[in-house]
Design a protein around this ligand. Structure first.
Ligand SMILES: *[C@@H]1O[C@H](CO)[C@@H](O)[C@H](O)[C@H]1NC(C)=O
Ligand SMILES: *[C@@H]1O[C@H](CO)[C@@H](O)[C@H](O)[C@H]1NC(C)=O
Ligand SMILES: *[C@@H]1O[C@H](CO)[C@@H](O)[C@H](O)[C@H]1NC(C)=O
Ligand SMILES: *[C@@H]1O[C@H](CO)[C@@H](O)[C@H](O)[C@H]1NC(C)=O
Length: 582
């Protein structure tokens, strides 16, 4: 990533033009079809993706971790666009939103959002949140969030290229020490320039304690640069090496990538000596490949005498290019013979150049996931280089620095949210539309909706539907009010429940006696079964009396047909004998 001053000027101009333009047309994005709006995220418009899956079955499991921005310098609040679009985002690989952290970062740019893979226990996220806002261009906080998106730590890092958590509480960040020096070293005695000396800090991100710090001054000479550091005024921070990635080896040394010297350095964790250089003017390796203006050097494998690393060979800066197309590279370094071999190369699918920024990630199944940066262009390849997926933001407004793919499991500390509206003319044929979401939740498979007859009535289940993307909608019969939404997992066990909200009525409902009132969900959806006939005491008396009369009649008829005399005799002989008639 780089922020040269010419581009900066363009960006600042763009902001000013935008601000002026905003006077006449506020919210130009309000009908931008490249953006999603969810009802449960009322003030957000979520950047949308344009995705092409070529071999979806071969993609690695996981979500995309990105951080869209408009301008890398950060932008004050404006009415030019809708707020809450830049910041950290997690999407699934269909481009469906999983988490927006735009509100968490308070509408500020974020960079380098990723899952922390080096800390045991529940997974965590790390990211950088821009704090400079247009002035201190590089200033950011390195921030760690837990699996519920709660902030565990946030510490200033003074450069927004790298915040790499490599152990609990420990992180690496690029750092800079601008200093005015004489350019005698490059044959210009008497000419002074402010040079942005760079390096890194190995810090405890909880306490801010610095374990180790390394500054290029006196170690990386000015002549290693490939940019013209004589241009400009003495005080504009010549970015002579432009470091963009730092990682620690298992021996405690540091692998550092610097773009403006086209060099990957190994720096001793003991005494800060540069142990070797790969690429650039001081290259120590015999190699079968070239690279330049690279980003994101990462250790893949480190055994005795052998190091395998990946990086993005941008092969271009803003002005020039050394190759026609950028590529991700995996290279093997023999640290005994100082030989370097290209193992794999993955070319930018559209054949274009990534002139700034970008990243390369080797996934656990050996697929390769690459950020080509502009427009958020990303691609996933299988190990042999077959393109599986390519995607970019649908809107031309957004860029992205690094992109990652990780499995992720989260249960947000914030509860789910629901909004509801009753729809209909008046008391007849009303329905209630409900929308539920849970920003950042990964385990929700179903939603159960509840309603109440009154604020203090018992809640009644009004339906269960499968989750459909970030936001799930449901239409209930009747005027359901005091509604809530409960997130359920695959076994329909509860994960969390929203607060109770009122359903908003249509704006055209006039106040007054005719205005429809909320239905009782119990009565409307679970009416009691039709009444069975019931027996009252008086009806029992009537039935008994009727039965007695009927049986007497039968007895008499029977008597008539079966011998009158005998019966008459027995009757005369006394009632007590009647029952022994047979
Ligand atoms: C999406 O990308 C494809 C391939 O690059 C392109 O043909 C198409 O026009 C894009 N669609 C949109 C809506 O941008
Ligand atoms: C950055 O970190 C500092 C120190 O922890 C904190 O005071 C500040 O609020 C943070 N700023 C942001 C934007 O997170
Ligand atoms: C390459 O990318 C640049 C910057 O995004 C763009 O302006 C240019 O049109 C692209 N060229 C091709 C051939 O796609
Ligand atoms: C219900 O709406 C219909 C159609 O607008 C109207 O004719 C009728 O008077 C309304 N009834 C009540 C009770 O408001």
């Amino acid at each position: 990533m780089t922020f040269p001053h010419s581009l900066l000027l363009v960006e600042i101009l763009a902001i000013i033009i935008g601000l002026v333009g905003a006077q006449s047309s506020a919210f130009t994005a309000s009908d931008d079809s490249d953006l999603w709006q969810y009802r449960t995220l009322p003030q957000h418009r979520i950047p949308k993706w344009n995705i092409t899956h070529y071999h979806r079955d071969a993609t690695a499991p996981g979500y995309w971790f990105v951080a869209p921005y408009w301008v890398t310098v950060g932008e004050p609040y404006t009415t030019r666009w809708m707020p809450y679009q830049v910041g950290p985002y997690i999407y699934d690989q269909d481009g469906e939103l999983v988490w927006t952290g735009a509100e968490y970062t308070d509408n500020q740019n974020a960079f380098d959002l990723r899952v922390v893979t080096n800390v045991p226990g529940r997974p965590q996220l790390s990211l950088m949140v821009q704090t400079g806002l247009g002035v201190d261009l590089e200033h950011a906080n390195g921030t760690v969030l837990d699996y519920q998106y709660r902030e565990l730590a946030s510490t200033p890092v003074y450069d927004k290229h790298e915040f790499y958590v490599y152990a609990p509480h420990k992180a690496l960040a690029i750092h800079q020490w601008p200093k005015v020096v004489d350019l005698a070293e490059i044959g210009l005695p008497g000419v002074s320039r402010e040079i942005k000396f760079q390096g890194f800090r190995d810090v405890d991100y909880k306490t801010g304690h610095v374990f180790f710090e390394w500054n290029s001054e006196g170690r990386i000479p000015l002549h290693e640069t490939f940019v013209d550091i004589t241009v400009g005024t003495p005080l504009n921070g010549q970015d002579y090496i432009h470091c963009n990635a730092i990682e620690k080896t298992k021996h405690g040394d540091y692998l550092m990538s610097c773009r403006h010297s086209s060099t990957i350095y190994l720096i001793s964790g003991q005494d800060g000596a540069i142990l070797w250089r790969l690429g650039g003017k001081g290259n120590n390796f015999q190699k079968d490949f070239d690279f330049s203006w690279q980003h994101d050097a990462r250790i893949i494998l480190h055994t005795e005498g052998r190091l395998v690393i990946s990086f993005l060979d941008n092969a271009a800066d803003e002005l020039t290019n050394d190759k026609p197309v950028s590529s991700a590279m995996i290279v093997e370094l023999d640290l005994v013979k100082y030989q370097a071999k290209l193992l794999n190369q993955y070319f930018r699918p559209d054949g274009n150049l990534t002139r700034r920024r970008g990243s390369t990630q080797l996934l656990p199944n050996n697929n390769v996931f690459v950020s080509w940066s502009d427009y958020g262009y990303i691609s996933e390849f299988d190990h042999d280089g077959r393109l599986l997926t390519a995607a970019r933001f649908a809107s031309d407004r957004f860029g992205n620095y690094r992109a990652y793919k990780f499995p992720w499991s989260a249960q947000p500390a914030e509860p789910p949210v629901v909004v509801a509206a009753v729809v209909g003319i008046n008391g007849s044929e009303l329905v209630t539309e409900l929308y539920a979401s849970w920003n950042g939740a990964t385990e929700v498979k179903f939603w159960r909706f509840w309603a109440r007859a009154a604020a203090d009535a018992d809640k009644v289940p009004i339906g269960i539907v499968p989750q459909t993307g970030f936001e799930t909608s449901f239409i209930a019969r009747g005027y359901m009010d005091w509604v809530s939404a409960e997130a359920l997992d695959a076994d329909q066990h509860s994960l969390g429940i929203s607060g109770v909200v009122r359903s908003s009525p249509p704006s055209y409902w006039a106040p007054g006696a005719d205005r429809p009132q909320p239905d009782d969900p119990q009565l409307l959806l679970f009416p009691p079964p039709p009444e069975k006939p019931s027996w009252s005491p008086s009806s029992i008396v009537v039935v008994l009396a009727a039965g007695l009369g009927l049986s007497t009649l039968c007895w008499l008829l029977l008597a008539l047909f079966s011998g009158v005399r005998r019966v008459r005799h027995r009757v005369l002989a006394g009632y007590t004998k009647v029952h022994s008639i047979d």
